[in-house]
Design a protein around this ligand. Structure first.
Ligand code: ZN
Length: 182
């Protein structure tokens, strides 16, 4: 660990203790060159479950994808960046509370929609229209009345994350699939 005073790389641990809940190790360090002392804290990084994509593939959870999706939905709205951080934090906490090893990308998307609905109605409509890939307003209204029914017509993919080759954890508003099939 680099000395914060003189940048010497090789510092010594002179004391090491674990806190009461055994999840943080506090280390007292000393620099052999300038004799400066400082403290470091070590904790386990919080682990997010693996994301199951619509096509069944698994990928590591990526906070930035969720964040970007929300940020795009909130563009030109009076939503502070800090609010987006808080929103993503609360979603992550809830996902972690499930205690699962894997979570469907759909679940994450639906949690985002729920939070945006509370936060900013315009952002909510933007996010959900991209996310759900509605072809028209009627489909959107129908969606609000009840959960989507899975069907065999692969051309009319109203289900989340059924979009093109690049469908990620959160669909991006710039990649809206506008193809009309009927
Ligand atoms: Zn030093």
């Amino acid at each position: 660990m680099k000395c914060p005073y003189c940048s010497t790389l090789d510092t010594k641990v002179i004391d090491s203790r674990i806190n009461q809940t055994s999840d943080i190790t506090r280390r007292r360090r000393e620099c052999p060159r300038c004799e400066g002392r400082f403290t470091t804290y070590e904790r386990v990084e919080e682990v997010m479950p693996v994301v199951i994509k619509k096509d069944g593939r698994r990928e590591p959870y990526a906070r930035n994808k969720v964040w970007d999706g929300i940020q795009k939905a909130c563009q030109k709205r009076s939503v502070p960046t800090q609010k987006i951080d808080e929103l993503v934090n609360s979603i992550e906490k809830r996902i972690q509370s499930f205690g699962l090893k894997e979570v469907p990308s759909r679940t994450i998307g639906e949690m985002v929609m729920l939070e945006l609905h509370r936060l900013d109605k315009v952002a909510y409509v933007r996010f959900s229209s991209v996310y759900r890939e509605f072809r028209d307003v009627e489909e959107f209204v129908a969606e609000l009345k009840g959960p989507p029914m899975p069907h065999d017509d692969s051309q009319s993919l109203a289900f989340p994350f059924a979009s093109g080759p690049d469908s990620n954890t959160v669909a991006s508003p710039t990649s809206t699939n506008t193809s009309q099939t009927q």
